[in-house]
Write a protein that binds this ligand. Structure first.
Ligand SMILES: [Zn+2]
Length: 136
């Protein structure tokens, strides 16, 4: 289901709750909504569709990766990025890390650990911030 994008800064500032097996149907809504906005959006967090749970979905190349309860365990190489967000207007500056190690659960709720660099790493950091109620 394609959902309405939440633009309420108060709702978006609330940290998400841990995602559980009951939240798995939500991952499809998140993917459907991301696909519907793929011309202007490369990643999405569940609170952007009004559900305060720690789930993100993002484009990695041309396929979509879903992560539950993502957490950045290690980071290196700070830089300043210019970012925009479907839930916010304008372009804003954000502190990002070039390489990150992400700990998360996949759609089968299996624990995963993966290292990302560059553009996908930047997208993940933006979406993990959403999970923590942080806006750029
Ligand atoms: Zn955003």
């Amino acid at each position: 289901m394609i959902c309405t994008i939440c633009k309420d800064p108060i709702l978006l500032s609330q940290p998400g709750k841990p995602a559980t097996v009951e939240d798995l149907p939500l991952t499809k809504d998140l993917v459907d909504t991301l696909q519907a906005h793929q011309d202007s959006c490369v990643g999405m967090a569940a609170n952007m569709i009004g559900v305060p749970k720690c789930i993100i979905a993002f484009y990695h190349g041309d396929h979509i990766v879903v992560m539950l309860n993502p957490r950045i365990a290690e980071k290196s190489g700070m830089y300043l990025a210019q970012e925009s967000c479907l839930s916010l207007s304008g372009v804003r500056e954000a502190k990002r890390w070039k390489t990150i190690q992400v700990v998360y659960e996949n759609e089968k709720l299996e624990p995963c650990q993966e290292t990302f660099s560059g553009w996908p790493a930047q997208i993940i950091q933006h979406e993990v911030d959403h999970c923590n109620g942080i806006l750029i």
